[in-house]
Design a protein. Structure first.
Ligand SMILES: [Zn+2]
Lengths: 219, 217
């Protein structure tokens, strides 16, 4: 959670996140990045200050009679203790931990290619496929391009492509038409969160081969 | 970031702002009245302090609810939102960290999350495994920015917001108050998406929310 990220969501995306207008799937990715990136957390706070200032300037509206009394009557004398994030143990962001607990489509990794496994999440929306991808150490992924947008956040380990090495917390966007061939780092497996607006088109026909389920729990 | 670093260096240097440093260190607390009240609610379950917060923020929250132009909006949203937000404020006040944000900013974030979640529940019958609130669990940390710097940036936002050109102000309001995405704002205003984004960036630069050299990153 130190600020080691090199690749960040851009300012307008953070602003949409701050305003709450960013769609669910990219929001999951931004929140995962924020878990790792103190620089963007500080930036987000300034964006929240803009929102709060705008809210303060909104026209105040008179409340219905009784709203105040209803609230006062509902105040529990024992306040809740602030929720402690229990994702520290695996260093996963809270939203990912929550999804892992309840909302995996399958409790197993599914083999996507010889070196990539995937575990898909149920996120209540259908615009994006949200999933974890695991690239084994030194694993080469099939060369592929994209029909749609893809957001990726490195959660564990690192991978590289033609352009750079991507480490924990790094946030990437692939545009439709980008062709790339990520490779897992030699020194250990790499786990990424991704949100994909359309299924990946594998340019290597061998990539289409579907392997049987693997009994590995992503936790 | 460069600017902030220089500032903290200056503060550490006793020759510059020497006595100011001492004052700040001994009172590293928020002085504005809403933050003080929120601290009282968190520390001692102070119902009177809570009632004062309610009188101030309740009507603002209702205004914020009515500004929404999202799918799922319904006439009773305003008072429902006020109730839900204020009860959350009571329940979560113990976790409020005055060094991190003013009460107004903190309550805004609670209201924003509540508003989205309430609208989603209205317009979506699907089971939603994540609430907006879930995106906002940040690790506990030493705040990277000092309270003084935060106050300065808040003041700067407040003073410069009023001076933004109408075309920039209009888009910020669409996004933050009406709850429109940049794409929706671009469609409504009949402007290319790139123009909407560049106006947003210009506004953020003017308010010094982003530093211009970082805008391209
Ligand atoms: Zn970042």
């Amino acid at each position: 959670m130190n600020n080691t990220s090199q690749f960040h969501p851009d300012d307008t995306m953070l602003l949409e996140f701050s305003a709450g207008t960013l769609a669910t799937a990219p929001s999951i990715c931004v929140s995962a990045h924020l878990h790792f990136c103190s620089k963007c957390r500080a930036q987000l706070l300034r964006l929240d200050q803009v929102g709060s200032q705008l809210m303060s300037e909104a026209e105040p509206l008179e409340l219905e009679e009784g709203t105040f009394d209803k609230v006062m009557a509902n105040l529990d004398s024992s306040q809740q203790i602030p929720v402690k994030v229990d994702s520290q143990q695996n260093n996963y962001p809270f939203s990912v931990t929550k999804l892992l607990k309840n909302n995996l489509v399958s409790q197993t990794w599914k083999r996507l290619s010889s070196s990539v496994d995937v575990a898909r999440f149920e996120t209540g929306q259908e615009d994006f496929e949200v999933a974890l991808h695991k690239i084994c150490a030194g694993g080469k992924t099939p060369k592929h391009d994209h029909h749609g947008l893809e957001y990726t956040v490195v959660l564990k380990g690192s991978f590289s492509d033609e352009n750079a090495v991507y480490r924990e917390g790094d946030f990437l966007i692939r545009q439709p038409g980008d062709v790339h061939q990520p490779m897992g780092a030699q020194n250990g497996e790499c786990i990424c969160l991704s949100a994909l607006s359309a299924p990946i088109k594998l340019t290597n026909p061998l990539g289409f081969l579907m392997k049987p389920w693997l009994r590995i729990n992503p936790m | 970031m460069g600017m902030l670093k220089t500032e903290s260096k200056n503060l550490a240097n006793p020759r510059i702002n020497g006595d100011r440093v001492a004052v700040l260190k001994s009172t590293e607390k928020r002085s504005d009245q809403w933050s003080q009240l929120l601290i009282s609610v968190g520390e001692t379950h102070d119902r009177q302090a809570f009632a004062k917060l309610f009188q101030h923020f309740g009507p603002l929250l209702k205004g914020f609810a009515h500004a929404s132009r999202n799918e799922g909006w319904f006439p009773g949203l305003g008072d429902d939102l006020v109730q839900e937000v204020m009860i959350k404020v009571w329940n979560k006040a113990a976790g409020y960290n005055a060094e991190k944000a003013s009460a107004t900013t903190w309550i805004y974030t609670v209201a924003r999350n509540c508003r989205i979640d309430m609208l989603r529940r209205k317009s979506n019958t699907q089971h939603l495994p994540l609430e907006n609130e879930d995106f906002w669990h940040e690790p506990d940390e030493e705040t990277p920015i000092s309270l003084l710097q935060q106050k300065r940036s808040e003041d700067k936002v407040q003073s410069s917001l009023a001076q933004l050109p109408k075309e920039q102000d209009e888009i910020l309001r669409k996004v933050y108050l009406e709850g429109k995405s940049h794409a929706e704002a671009s469609a409504e205003l009949g402007l290319p998406l790139g123009t909407v984004k560049s106006r947003v960036r210009l506004a953020l630069q003017k308010m010094q929310v982003i530093v211009s050299t970082e805008a391209q990153e």
